[in-house]
Ligand binder design. Structure first.
Ligand SMILES: [Fe+2]
Length: 256
């Protein structure tokens, strides 16, 4: 496998990722626990030569320094992360590419959770196969906007860059929040059978080992179901656009 999802057992249920490059090298995305990441890489005989941070929140870069000390890896982050993440060697902008085995990681500029947030699409033979979504999109949910973000901007990012992806694109989020998120979906849309079925599977097995694709999100992520009648009619007052539905849902999820 090319993209390794590593559950960190952190209080915020962070995922880190290790992606294989050519010649036994690897890119590490959002290292949380440096020792865990270094052990995992060496168990696969991989050397971490690069680190990419999806954004400037500490739980997405706190493993950087130790990995750099051990491996000399170069650190990459969004250009707006200047002065916010220590020790960045290269700043990235939309459409920059980082080569990996059999393809490349393409940089997506994805503001909303913060304004220094990037996502990474894994492109193989001109096709987007997967997206590492950081705290922009979670399974069955989206990121919050209360630590340097903006919900209206997040709406534009989700609508323009994620609703438009093919169903078979696999998603690799920054945290495992699927159980709470499915419960929120069912709070908003009690008749959603897909969310109901997945919630019972998530409760009876290990969600940190599961991956979902964009087609799954269309079924159970309320932020992909902005025109659903039950979702819309459950919101109080005048809701006359998908954007307004998104903003209300984001607001409700904040207090839920
Ligand atoms: Fe986070």
């Amino acid at each position: 496998m090319l993209i390794h999802q590593i559950y960190t057992f952190s209080p915020l249920r962070n995922f880190s990722y290790l992606i294989e490059r050519e010649n036994g090298n690897a890119v590490c995305v959002d290292p949380f626990d440096a020792a865990q990441m270094l052990d995992f890489a060496s168990s696969l005989n991989l050397t971490i030569d690069s680190i990419i941070n999806t954004h400037e929140h500490l739980d997405h870069y706190c493993g950087n320094a130790e990995i750099v000390k051990v491996t000399g890896a170069k650190v990459y982050a969004h250009q707006n992360a200047k002065g916010k993440i220590p020790g960045v060697d290269h700043f990235l902008t939309e459409n920059d590419e980082v080569s990996v085995k059999d393809g490349f990681l393409g940089v997506m500029d994805t503001p909303g959770h913060t304004f220094a947030h990037l996502c990474l699409k894994y492109v193989y033979k001109d096709k987007v196969m997967a997206v590492l979504t950081g705290d922009t999109l979670f399974n069955a949910g989206v990121g919050n906007c209360h630590n340097g973000g903006d919900a209206e901007v997040l709406y534009e990012t989700i609508k323009n860059q994620f609703h438009t992806l093919s169903d078979d694109v696999i998603l690799y989020p920054g945290h495992d929040y699927i159980k709470n998120n499915l419960e929120f979906t069912l709070d908003r849309e009690p008749s959603n059978k897909c969310a109901c079925e997945w919630l019972s599977k998530v409760k009876s097995s290990d969600s940190t080992k599961m991956t979902f694709n964009v087609g799954d999100e269309r079924g159970f992520n309320t932020f992909f179901r902005l025109d659903n009648e039950e979702v819309v009619s459950g919101l109080k007052g005048n809701v006359d656009s998908e954007k307004e539905v998104f903003l209300r849902l984001r607001e409700l999820r904040n207090k839920w």
